[in-house]
Design a protein. Sequence first.
Length: 531
Amino acid sequence: MKQGIGEQRGFVLHNRPLLQSEEPKIRRFQPLNEQEVRPMTLRLFNTLTGQLDELVPSDGKALRMYACGPTVYDYGHIGNFRTFLQVDVLRRYLKLAGTGVRHVMNITDVDDKIIRNAAAAEISISEYTAGFERAFFEDLDALRVERPEVIARATEHIPRMVELIQKLAAVGAAYQAEDGSWYFRLAAFPEYGKLSKKDLSGMEDGARVDLDEYEKDSARDFALWKAAKPGETSWETAIGCGRPGWHIECSTMAMEYLGESFDLHAGGEDLIFPHHENEIAQSESVTHKTFARHWMHVRFLLVDGRKMSKSEGNFYTLRDLLLKGYKASAIRLALISVPYRHQFNFTFDGLIEATAAIDRLRTFVARLKQGIFAPGFNSALQSAAKQAQDECRAALSNDLNTAEARAPIFDLIRTANTAIDHGQLRVVDRDAILGVLYQFDAVFDVLEDRDAEPTRHALAWAEQSGRLGDVSPELLARQGLTDEAIEALVAERTLAKKQRNFARADQIRNELAEKGVVLEDSKDGVRWKRK
Ligand SMILES: [Zn+2]
């Protein structure tokens, strides 16, 4: 029996429920060369081996992956979100390829900064972190980042961390210092440095560091457990009164939910050393098994060619950008369009480009859905659709090359628009092209316009937190115009045109344009959309 595109081996077409009217149409598309359809594999760069390795679930079922989550002491900035978005691209691609995913992410809800900031605000650390944790998930939702299967808070896993430290002490890899803190003994793990490929020959035996973040080039015995200082939040445990270090949290929670050895560990490139190196040392010293087989690291971003920093005045949270009037979907597209291993230079021109690209995609889909096409198919368009689909998949399967995955989709749109202009696009072509677009969107997720909600939410937040001054005047003007008000103006303009009052009709069009509403006259009436 012939299969439609939605049922190919190991390939799930849709990542969201289809509208009922769409489903039967899509299924009619028959790929031209079915024998060429292969299961999708993924070759992903592995920091540990220094090469592209095929990523497959070791249990043959679901890929077990751990990605370092946020430390919830502030609002997430776009550099953080670039990492979360690129991990989202990975998990969506795996799902598209028919691979199950068990994805664990930690929430670091205790560390030096959190303790300091909560004390300054005179509230408990859980009160302090709860608001930022909520904000973090709101931001992920705005960017349409899928939730991991497991979200693990550090403070809810303290006894398991203590057990791991006890096991490390039992094998001679952990010791207690005079102040009651526990340290990892680097000399007990000769493979230390294998992930970051650092030359650690100058390492001083027994030199210690107790900060959560330390000098990039210093390798020192690092803190597993910090003895409580007077007045600090702490836990009373078998190894003393204190709190866990950052690194032990991730080792503990990764192994708790994924086992002693799992498929993939991901994070930002700044975590390679020391955080991930330390996770490996802590875990493998006890288990003598490879902690994570595959390591994925997302590169930093620059802003206008410079490192993003508060002092440079080029530091942006997601909320800052939403309040400047940029759409969440455009931010998503901009942050994922440069492949994860490339440095991404964030610019406002890039956001404007992403906005325009999304506009083209959505306008084109509307044209396909609303158009009336002759039955049958056009073989040139069938080939073009198949080629775009193959190229898009091939690019993603090659180290998640999102830039190369995007390009053929826009080529296809150009070809199809020309064909529609010349009356050469047929019903079967429309269905084939929609199928290709939905496959692309299973990873990119920008086709459907869900932008109003995150913007509304950011405005409500700005109002509550006294940041209305940060809202761009264009956004305020746009928000001032409700859908009903636009409809009324559009109706008034139609009437004015009928009465041959073209001056008034033009005036209304200009007024709406100033407020970011674009009108399109078609033979079926007037369509409008917000820019
Ligand atoms: Zn981590």
